[in-house]
Design a protein around this ligand. Sequence first.
Ligand code: ASP
Ligand code: MG
Length: 412
Amino acid sequence: MPVLVMKFGGTSVANLDRIKRAAKRVGVEVAKGYDVIVIVSAMSGKTNELVGWVNETSPLYDAREYDAIVSSGENVTAGLMALTLQEMDIPARSWQGWQVPVKTTSAHSAARIEEIPNENINAKFAEGMRVAVVAGFQGISPEGRITTLGRGGSDTTAVAFAAAFEAERCDIYTDVDGVYTTDPRITDKARKLDKIAFEEMLELASLGAKVLQTRSVELAMRNKVKLRVLSSFEEQSDDAGTLVCAEEEIMESNVVSGIAYSRDEAKMTLVSVADRPGIAAAIFGPLSDAGVNVDMIIQNIAEDGRTDMTFSCPTDQVKRAEKAMEDAKASGEINFHDLIADTEVAKISAVGIGMRSQSGVAAKMFKTLSDEGVNIKVIATSEIKISVLVDRKYMELAVQALHDAFELDKAA
Ligand code: ASP
Ligand code: MG
């Protein structure tokens, strides 16, 4: 029988009623003839609570115990989902990651899935089981310890199962009914997209459109898994939600498909560093070692052998970045006069695969912002994306203006 993967996020399994509602959706697909693999998250808020308990008990915790504790939320929902399905007379059972087994690396709290052997679950399907309910977000390391995949990791579990079982599709049930041209909370002109290319979704996911874990989209793209995002709160038809798919499946691509934003950005400038070979390595090496996720980088024009280096990173990593730079200065690796942190900025990005073949997108973006009197502090571009840093107080305005300028209210 064809296999379908259905993943239910935390809000979709937040209580017993919602688990029932989700189980009914599963029942619909079983009735169509699918063998279904259901991947569940923990009840919403549960993982945060568990992480809180870990931190309270042991601030410098053993990451292996962190994973043992934090993975438990999914075990509960997997068991409850299996019981709910059984109550509906659907043959189902639950599986924890290690039972499948979902084999991962030993990078605790950020493990990667290496292999999902499908024999155990397929043997049960062959015996008449119709639904395998798998606890998302978790696996087992080569050392036999429980691992987790990083926050939001059950999306990645779902895609990995879809690839391993050659599922027809991977449906991600969540609390929104699809991927939008921008955040509907910022403008009511935001439109749901019927289809979006993997690469666009990747940019939108990493830009903070929090629908899917970035890694799950990468994995789907690599394995050509058809991914659908849809709401578990509405009656669903076969073409509901947004299909995340290969570019070739999208007939007419929009020049810009979406405007993403990220509120918690900081801009940091190292004032007057020596302009010499190796200086960038001497700055960004220690930042990376300190776990700072540097995004945009600008090196200014040098004068008298000195230059300013500006980079952006998430606001909550500013302290870590400052410490890394002060330490590098103290050890003589780099020298700078000042380190200025501007924590009141936001990043706005226009994303679209159509940009590859269309010129003038950047010009239009900059003109739109200038017409609104919004000053651009940093610009970065890639083949399918243009990002700018602006003062955070203009974030909403900038998103709305760009959404209008690129006529995304007419998108579909
Ligand atoms: N429960 C985990 C988290 O909250 C994994 C997930 O829901 O995707 O991050
Ligand atoms: Mg999620």
